[in-house]
Design a binder for this molecule. Structure first.
Ligand code: TGC
Ligand code: FAD
Length: 394
């Protein structure tokens, strides 16, 4: 397939740029130009072939997309949460799989090592992960425990200076190429503990998950542990319980809330341009009320989601955001984006199902994004419990 030209023009209906600092706009601009130059021309081809563009890991590291809110001395970017959100928005404007690579590396691998790790663990792993020398993955989900990770079976047993790890994780982004895995397992007291498992440890394998119709340019796999000897120095010393992994998810879900709106912005922009150019019944289809309804509702929903994301970003910067507010932003963003991509696909008619445009790829990707990091239903129940005080999960 020939390399594609990226004609994206970013929508900003209520002049939200005026809410951003110069630094935030600069960060967004650098990621936007990277995506135009390096991602858009090639990503469709990788998705069609169901291949992970491995070369982008180094590029994303150099661009500062890994761990942007982690202090620079530990290999992060030392930036604020709105800059992080804008980065994820621009990456997912290119492809959700590219944003996934960055979300996992920054929020699910670097963040727990920074937040829960010993000083030795921070110094050993963070610079290599921040620069993209190493790729990481995050193992929480198991074949029989997805929405309910508290029931996990993966376990560690004390064996002197090391522990013995057994079990399996499923649906793990980056797994097939990761050098480092942050893994959550139960100890002999039934406490959930986090540990760093390295490729090459005997008994540790990462089979690839094949035949996905979604996130085809992202590598997904399993983590299989068969009596793996993990040194005790690889265990996070102080964190115990589900709040460890869930704390990482709050950071990643925030990035997803912004990211999916990037995909929505791309679909809206494509549909608007196409509708103005496509002539049927001797007039541009953008002149028909039914198409205008779709386009007008798209930009309205994008604008509302941008405002919610920005506000939650301000609260994150002030250390006041709650996980429940982040859940609302993740759920709302995914729903808005999925609806916009489906409507955009219809506006493009038959052309909407081809790889000539990014719309169908975004639409398919969002079916994973609406499911991972907590399904649409789970986030609704989180909001429900927050406002009523009643738990409808169990
Ligand atoms: P629950 O009793 O509610 O909570 C246990 C402890 O955790 C605390 N907590 C949180 N802390 C930080 N952030 C959050 N979002 C938190 N949510 C809860 C909570 O306060 C409590 O602390 P403590 O001190 O009392 O112990 O736990 P529960 O077992 O009832 O479960 C609640 C539920 C269902 C909401 C939770 O299990 C959940 O969120 N399930 C969804 C699972 C999920 O999101 N999995 C994602 C796997 S990773 C992934 O998909 C990566 S894809 C990445 C990519 O490719 O981009
Ligand atoms: P289930 O939990 O079986 O849910 C099935 C359905 O039941 C859903 O609709 C759900 O909403 C509903 N449901 C469940 N419980 C309730 C309830 N109490 N009330 C009402 N409805 C309920 N995980 C990782 O750990 N690391 C990763 O890197 C990672 N990457 C992923 C990449 C991809 C492409 C995908 C698809 C998944 C990834 N995941 C990852 C796993 C993801 O987080 C899980 O798929 C997700 O949490 C849902 O779990 P499940 O698939 O087992 O669905």
């Amino acid at each position: 397939m020939a390399a594609r030209t990226d004609q994206f023009v970013s929508p900003d209906y209520v002049l939200l740029d005026e809410l951003l600092t110069e630094e935030q706009k600069l960060v967004r601009e650098s990621v936007r130009s990277y995506v135009k130059k390096e991602i858009s021309p090639v990503i469709e081809d990788y998705a069609q072939k169901a291949e992970f563009p491995r070369h982008i890991v180094k590029q994303l590291g150099e661009l500062g997309c890994f761990g942007p809110t982690i202090p620079a001395e530990y290999g992060g970017g030392g930036l604020d949460y709105i800059s992080y959100g804008l980065m994820m928005q621009e990456l997912e404007r290119g492809d959700s799989g590219v944003r996934s690579t960055a979300s996992v590396q920054g929020s699910l691998v670097m963040y727990p090592i920074y937040e829960y790790g010993s000083e030795e663990q921070r110094r050993k792993y963070l610079p290599q992960l921040g620069s993209g020398e190493w790729l990481g993955c995050f193992g929480l989900t198991e074949p029989d425990h997805g929405s309910n990770p508290a029931g996990m079976l993966t376990n560690i047993k004390d064996a002197g200076d090391h522990v013995i790890l057994n079990g399996a994780k499923m649906w793990i982004s980056n797994a097939p190429y990761a050098q480092v895995a942050v893994v959550w397992a139960k100890d002999e007291n039934d406490d959930i503990r986090g540990l760093i498992v390295e490729r090459g440890m005997e008994g540790f394998t990462t089979p690839t998950t094949h035949d996905k119709w979604s996130l085809r340019a992202s590598a997904t796999g399993e983590l299989v542990f068969d009596n793996v000897k993990v040194p005790k120095e690889n265990i996070f010393p102080d964190i115990k319980g589900l709040k460890g992994p869930l704390g990482c998810l709050t950071k990643a879900r925030f990035g997803i809330a912004w990211g999916v709106i990037g995909a929505a912005m791309d679909c809206y922009d494509t549909a608007l341009r196409y509708a103005k150019e496509r002539i049927q019944f001797d007039r541009p289809i953008a002149g028909f009320q039914l198409q205008q309804k779709k386009l007008a509702e798209m930009i309205t929903e994008i604008t509302k989601a941008q405002l919610l994301n920005w506000r939650v970003g301000v609260l994150m910067n002030e250390g006041r955001a709650t996980p429940q507010q982040v859940s609302m932003a993740k759920r709302n963003g995914c729903e808005v984006a999925a609806n916009i991509c489906r409507d955009a696909r219809q506006i493009l008619g038959g052309m909407g199902i081809t790889g000539e445009y990014a719309v169908m790829r975004h639409m398919m990707n969002l079916e994973s994004v609406i499911t991972y990091e907590g399904t649409h239903d789970i986030h609704l129940l989180i909001t429900g419990m927050d406002i009523t005080g009643l738990n409808a999960f169990k």
